[in-house]
Design a protein around this ligand. Structure first.
Ligand SMILES: [Zn+2]
Length: 463
C-alpha cells in the first residue's frame, strides 16, 4: 500500500548513516584554516599564507597567519599549498534533477523518490563547494527539504526555493507539481499569493509569462519582499520582464536559440544594475566537452556520488553513447553558434552578473556544474578574480544572502579549500578538498564526511 519501491528502501538503508550528520554540539567548536592563499570574495589581491578562525558558525578572524592568534583548542585544517575562498553561491539550482539524460524518463521515476533525489543533489552540490543557492523549480515538497538543510539536519547548501514555477505553458512530460498554471494576469497574481503564503523565498516565472502577467505578479511579490526570477531568452521577452518588474534575469545572454541582443538592451541592463544569471555552461559548454570526452559520463567522482538506484538511472540514460540525439540537445549545435557573442555581451558591458548553472539539467552534474560555469565565464572574458567574485560575493548579494559570500569577521563560516591556485588555472575549482558550511566541516582532505562515516560504520560492523 505505502508507495515504497524496492529501490528506495534499498537506497535509504544504504544511506541511513547520512542522517547522523553534524550535531548542534559541532557548532560550538573552534576551527582554524591555516597556511594557504586566501581569496575573500572581493575583487582584491589574495592574502598569502593566511589564516581564518571560526567560532561556532561565524568567522572571527582573518589575515596573514603570522598575525592571527590561533586558539589552542582549535581544530586545524592545514591549507598550505592550497587556496581558501568563500563557498560558492549558485544563483540557479535544480535539486529535483541531477544530470539524467532524459526528462521523460526521469520525472516519472522522481515521483515517490523526491527526498532521496533532493538529498543526493544537495550532498553533491555541497561536496563540489557550493554552500548556498536558489532552487528555481521543484514541487512544494522542496520547501520542507529546504528547512531540513537550513537546520543542518541533512548536508547541503543553504537553500532558497521557488517551489513550482509560474507559467502559462504546460509541457507534457513535466510533473504537474512543478508548475502553477495561469491564463490571465489575475490568476498569475493569485498563484503568486498562494506560493508566498506557502513560504517560498522567490518566485520563478517560466515561459509564456507576459508583461501584464509580470506586473500582476510584481504587485503581489514586491510588497511581500519576494524577488522574481525570470526565465528569459528572446529580446522582446527580456524587455517585457524588465518593464513588468522582474528582479533577476535568468538565462539571458546564454545564447539559446535566439540572436544576440541589441546594444540598447545590454546597456540598459548594465546601467540599471539589473542582475543577470547567464547559465552559459549548461548545454553549450558541456555538450562539446562531452562529445570530445564521452568517458566523463563514467567519471567515478561523478558516478560514485550517486546512491545505487539513482546511479543506475543516470547511467542507463547515457549507455548508447548517443546523447546528442536526446530531445534536450536537439538544437544545441545552433545554440553553440549563438552563444559566444551572447555571453560576451554582458561581460563586455560590465553588467551585474551572478554565477548560476542550471545544475541538474542533462549532462550538467551537481558534482561539477559550479566549476564548469566559472570556467566558462573566464573563457568569455571575465578575469579569474572577477569570475570567483561573481560566484561568491556577487551571487550572495543578488540572492539577498548578506551574511555569506565573503570571508571576513562576522560573516557566516562558509569556506572551501581548493587544491591549487585558481588565479592561475580557474579549473582547480574542480578540486575542492575541504568544505565548511555554517561552521560545520562537511568535507575533509577530499572526502565528504558522509563517506567517512559510512566507511567507519562498515569497518565498525566487522568487529
Ligand atoms: Zn533552470
Amino acid at each position: 500500500m505505502f508507495p515504497a519501491p524496492m529501490t528506495r528502501a534499498f537506497a535509504l538503508a544504504a544511506f541511513a548513516v547520512l542522517i547522523a550528520v553534524p550535531s548542534a554540539a559541532a557548532q560550538e567548536r573552534t576551527i582554524a584554516l591555516v597556511g594557504g592563499q586566501l581569496l575573500d570574495g572581493y575583487e582584491a589581491p589574495p592574502i598569502h599564507h593566511a589564516a581564518v578562525v571560526i567560532e561556532g558558525n561565524r568567522i572571527v578572524a582573518v589575515g596573514p597567519a603570522a598575525e592571527i592568534e590561533i586558539p589552542a583548542d582549535a581544530e586545524i585544517i592545514d591549507t598550505r599549498g592550497k587556496t581558501m575562498m568563500p563557498g560558492m553561491v549558485d544563483a540557479h539550482v535544480h535539486i529535483m534533477i541531477l544530470g539524467h539524460g532524459d526528462y521523460s524518463q526521469w520525472f516519472p521515476w522522481f515521483e515517490g523518490n523526491d527526498d532521496l533525489v533532493y538529498e543526493t543533489s544537495a550532498r553533491q552540490l555541497l561536496a563540489a563547494g557550493v554552500t548556498a543557492g536558489v532552487d528555481l523549480a521543484a514541487p512544494m515538497s522542496s520547501l520542507a527539504f529546504r528547512d531540513r538543510v537550513n537546520r543542518n539536519e541533512v548536508p547541503g547548501p543553504r537553500l532558497l526555493v521557488s517551489g513550482p514555477w509560474v507559467t502559462r505553458y504546460a509541457w507534457d512530460f513535466l510533473p504537474d507539481e512543478l508548475r502553477v498554471l495561469h491564463r490571465t494576469p489575475e490568476e498569475a497574481a493569485e498563484r503568486t499569493r498562494m506560493l508566498i503564503d506557502a513560504g517560498v523565498d522567490v518566485i520563478k516565472t517560466w515561459i509564456g509569462t507576459t508583461e501584464e502577467d509580470m506586473r500582476a505578479i510584481k504587485a503581489v511579490a514586491g510588497p511581500a519582499g519576494v524577488p522574481i526570477h525570470c526565465h528569459v531568452y528572446e529580446e522582446e521577452v527580456v524587455w517585457g520582464a524588465i518593464r513588468g518588474g522582474c528582479d533577476v534575469l535568468q538565462h539571458a545572454g546564454s545564447g539559446g536559440s535566439v540572436p544576440a541582443y541589441s546594444q540598447e538592451l545590454v546597456d540598459y541592463i548594465a546601467m540599471e544594475g539589473i542582475p543577470v544569471v547567464q547559465t552559459i555552461s549548461h548545454r553549450i559548454w558541456i555538450y562539446p566537452a562531452t562529445l570530445e570526452f564521452p568517458e566523463r559520463l563514467w567519471d567515478p567522482d561523478i558516478i560514485n556520488s550517486f546512491p545505487p538506484p539513482i546511479r543506475e538511472q543516470v547511467l542507463a540514460s547515457y549507455t548508447k553513447d548517443d546523447f546528442w540525439r536526446k530531445p534536450y540537445f536537439r538544437s544545441t549545435p545552433r545554440q553553440i553558434r549563438n552563444s559566444e557573442r551572447a555571453s560576451r555581451q554582458f561581460i563586455d558591458a560590465d553588467a551585474l552578473m551572478a554565477m548560476g548553472t542550471d545544475t541538474g539539467s542533462p549532462l550538467n552534474f551537481h558534482a561539477e556544474s559550479a566549476w564548469r560555469e566559472v570556467s566558462a565565464l573566464v573563457d568569455m572574458g571575465m578575469t579569474e578574480i572577477e569570475a570567483i567574485s561573481s560566484a561568491t560575493k556577487v551571487a550572495a548579494e543578488v540572492l539577498g544572502l548578506r551574511e555569506t559570500g565573503t570571508i571576513e569577521p562576522g560573516k557566516l563560516a562558509d569556506i572551501i579549500v581548493v587544491d591549487g591556485n585558481p588565479l592561475f588555472d580557474i579549473n582547480v575549482l574542480g578540486y575542492v578538498t575541504d568544505v565548511v558550511k555554517d561552521g560545520i566541516i562537511y568535507k575533509r582532505n577530499g572526502v565528504p564526511v558522509w563517506e567517512m562515516e559510512a566507511a567507519q560504520a562498515s569497518t565498525g560492523g566487522d568487529r
